[in-house]
Design a protein around this ligand. Structure first.
Ligand SMILES: [Cu+2]
Length: 149
């Protein structure tokens, strides 16, 4: 009997509290930004080669490798200025493989795979470098910039 009363009280308390605090960015609408990684006749590329994000907004950076070899997204200055929520890996069929949480600095993406990096920029920065640090790839053109406004 006591237990039933406690449960009812707990439900009432949850119902009375505001659903989600407005500043709770983990519940905010996530804006998807796709970065394609690949090679063509001119070498290797990031498409687009410049990314822009706004501080205080929640993003999912969709790293899509369309190549037959693996590529990497590394942006060390940028990662000091963002709060990473998670990196999410799914199967081609959309089933969750893994969610990796904590501070992330680089993400390597296998051939024809996609990884989503969820973060919130917390500090601004102009033209921060992004590159693929696999030997030779930067020289082949896998370099670009990221601006956090
Ligand atoms: Cu690469």
């Amino acid at each position: 009997m006591n237990r039933l009363i406690l449960t009812a009280a707990a439900v009432a308390a949850v119902a009375a509290s505001p659903a989600v605090a407005e500043g709770d960015l983990t519940r905010a609408d996530v804006q998807k930004v796709t970065l394609e990684m690949g090679s063509d006749d001119n070498g290797m590329y990031f498409k687009p080669d410049h990314l822009e994000f706004e501080t205080g907004k929640a993003y999912a950076l969709v790293l899509t490798n369309v190549d037959d070899i693996k590529h990497e997204f590394a942006a060390h200055e940028m990662t000091e200025k963002i709060f990473t929520r998670k990196v999410e890996i799914e199967t081609a069929g959309g089933e969750l493989v893994a969610e990796i949480k904590g501070s992330i600095e680089e993400v390597e993406v296998g051939p024809h795979q996609t990884v989503e990096w969820f973060f919130v920029p917390v500090q601004s920065g102009e033209d921060l470098e992004m590159s693929c640090e696999i030997p030779g790839h930067r020289e082949s053109g896998m370099v670009g910039t990221v601006t956090l406004r």
